[in-house]
Design a protein around this ligand. Structure first.
Ligand code: ADP
Length: 491
């Protein structure tokens, strides 16, 4: 039985710097439970002094300990021990996640936490499987490259999958030998504190993984601006990604991995299996109530299959099981905040004002005192210029557009700004490959929607959906810089 009582769930709260929980609060922010809207705790807001302390601790640990310099196999073993501790504390971490985020306990315990442990293990295993190269030079010289960590990596995480997103950032940075200062979202700040405590318990030296709490404007920007930070990795909205680039450019030059917004199409060609397509489309927009960067929010379907696919998708989208995230039976997530709920509703209403028709949804789900649950919504009669087809909604809202031939389908799928992911449904391999080549997106799924646990496959955006990759070898390599050496041997 995974049900728990949120009122009696203990949660470590505060900054975690140099291996110690700092519970002192000068300036604070309330934290609300999305399931019932209750403010259940307050977090401290890191000011520039706290950020300086955290970055200084990270830099000190990076220089003082042998984290970066030891045999990389040893670092891998420590990280694997950490992954084991994550598995051992699965229920506790899942409860912390479910307490204050949109992740239902059954999903957090069944997927988020085990996936986090797998992510840590995957990157740990890369720690001793890379290196530079020896260059082709004259025999009288030796030219070679070394790959080395950056030093301190600032990681800024979003609220939609707090532990999983933190893991995507932390694991490659730490495996490559860096120290990290992580700022979780102020909306979902707690679970990563416990994760940091477990890292120290596993043998990660104090100071190598720090957490600071706070908002974006003050704490996040101060972290990005800090001269002690050598690299930034961020997941969140495109607007915030741009603000982070500006803040860091103002204080120096820092490489970045940015995973930003999306407006991903689901293209159903006339030769698709309509049942498979409907199941994938429904799943692709219902997961975490659409609060997923790769949510498949635009159904682009061939006219011949349109009615059948829309009808089947609508039936599936009408069968969700909303509820508090601390109930095991809950399958459908609340919206993170009333503010975000209002944004979802505003975009739906304005799209209807622009001529779209709501087939299902377009309303609040009843019976959830304080929580904001948006009913799964399908909008038909949509054109590419309408708000819900253009803007990232971050809610369970699916728009429908139809097409007659392949070229038109692919044209509708292209988004002027975003290029994060796309789904394709067809039985024709050549058509699928043509589409894979054509679409300007970073990730394409054919006859499925969503990542597998093959973490070797990188993910990230084209266009304004981001820079660089999470997961895969690329995410690991992005946490290393290359040094070249040329030696005169003499003759
Ligand atoms: P959303 O818009 O989806 O709520 P954001 O992209 O604004 O999310 O936020 C994601 C993360 O970025 C959060 O941890 C937030 O505190 C942080 N953040 C927001 N604004 C800034 C900023 N100007 N500089 C640095 N971090 C920021």
């Amino acid at each position: 039985m995974l049900d728990f009582d949120p009122a009696s769930q203990p949660a470590p709260n505060g900054h975690f710097i140099n291996g110690k929980l700092d519970t002192g609060i000068s300036q604070s922010l309330p934290v609300h439970r999305p399931s019932d809207g209750k403010a259940f705790t307050e977090i401290p807001v890191a000011d520039s002094e706290t950020v300086d302390h955290a970055v200084g601790s990270a830099l000190g640990a990076y220089r003082r300990t042998d984290w970066a310099r030891q045999a990389p196999r040893n670092r891998a073993l420590v990280l694997c021990r950490w992954a084991d501790l994550v598995d051992d504390h699965c229920i506790e971490l899942a409860q912390l996640e479910a307490l204050g985020s949109t992740r239902p306990i059954a999903q957090a315990a069944g997927w988020d936490v085990p996936y986090l442990a797998k992510t840590i293990r995957f990157f740990a295993e890369l720690a001793d499987k890379h290196g530079g190269e020896v260059a082709a030079t004259a025999d009288s010289q030796l030219g070679f490259t070394l790959t080395e960590p950056y030093g301190v990596v600032a990681a800024i995480a979003p609220w939609n999958f707090p532990l999983v997103m933190a893991g995507w950032k932390l694991a490659p940075a730490l495996a490559a030998g860096n120290a990290v200062v992580l700022k979780p979202s102020e909306l979902t700040p707690l679970s990563v504190v416990r994760l940091a405590q477990l890292a120290v318990e596993a043998g990660v030296p104090p100071g190598i993984f720090n957490v600071i709490q706070g908002d974006g404007k003050q704490s996040g920007e101060a972290l990005c601006r800090h001269p002690g930070v050598s690299k930034i990795t961020f997941t969140g909205s495109t607007a915030t990604g741009a603000a982070i680039m500006a803040a860091s450019a103002a204080s120096g030059i820092k490489p970045m991995t940015l995973e930003l917004g999306g407006k991903s199409p689901q293209i159903v060609f006339h030769d698709a299996d309509p049942d498979l397509a409907a199941r994938c489309v429904a799943r692709g927009i219902l997961g975490n109530a659409g609060q997923v960067c790769v949510a498949g929010s635009r159904l682009i379907v061939h006219r011949r299959l349109r009615d059948e696919v829309v009808e089947r998708t609508a039936a599936l989208m009408s069968q969700v099981s909303p509820g508090p995230t601390w109930h095991e039976a809950t399958g459908f997530s609340p919206i993170i905040s009333r503010k975000q709920y209002d944004r979802v509703d505003r975009i739906v209403k304005s799209t209807i004002g622009q001529g779209a028709e709501p087939l299902i949804g377009n309303r609040e789900m009843e019976g959830f005192d304080g929580g904001a649950f948006y009913a799964p919504t399908i909008l038909t009669g949509v054109t590419g210029e309408m708000d819900a087809a253009r803007k990232e909604v971050f809610g369970p809202v699916l728009t429908v557009q139809d097409f007659e031939d392949e070229e038109e389908g692919l044209m509708l799928a292209d988004h002027p700004e975003y290029g994060l992911a796309a789904g394709l449904y067809t039985k024709d391999l050549s058509r699928a490959l043509r589409a894979v080549r054509h679409l300007e997106v970073g990730t394409i799924w054919v006859n499925r929607y969503g990542r597998s646990e093959d973490l070797i496959i990188p993910t990230g955006g084209y266009k304004r959906s981001g820079i660089g990759k999470d997961l895969g070898r690329q995410a690991f390599e992005a946490n290393l810089q290359t040094k070249s050496a040329l030696i005169e041997i003499g003759t």
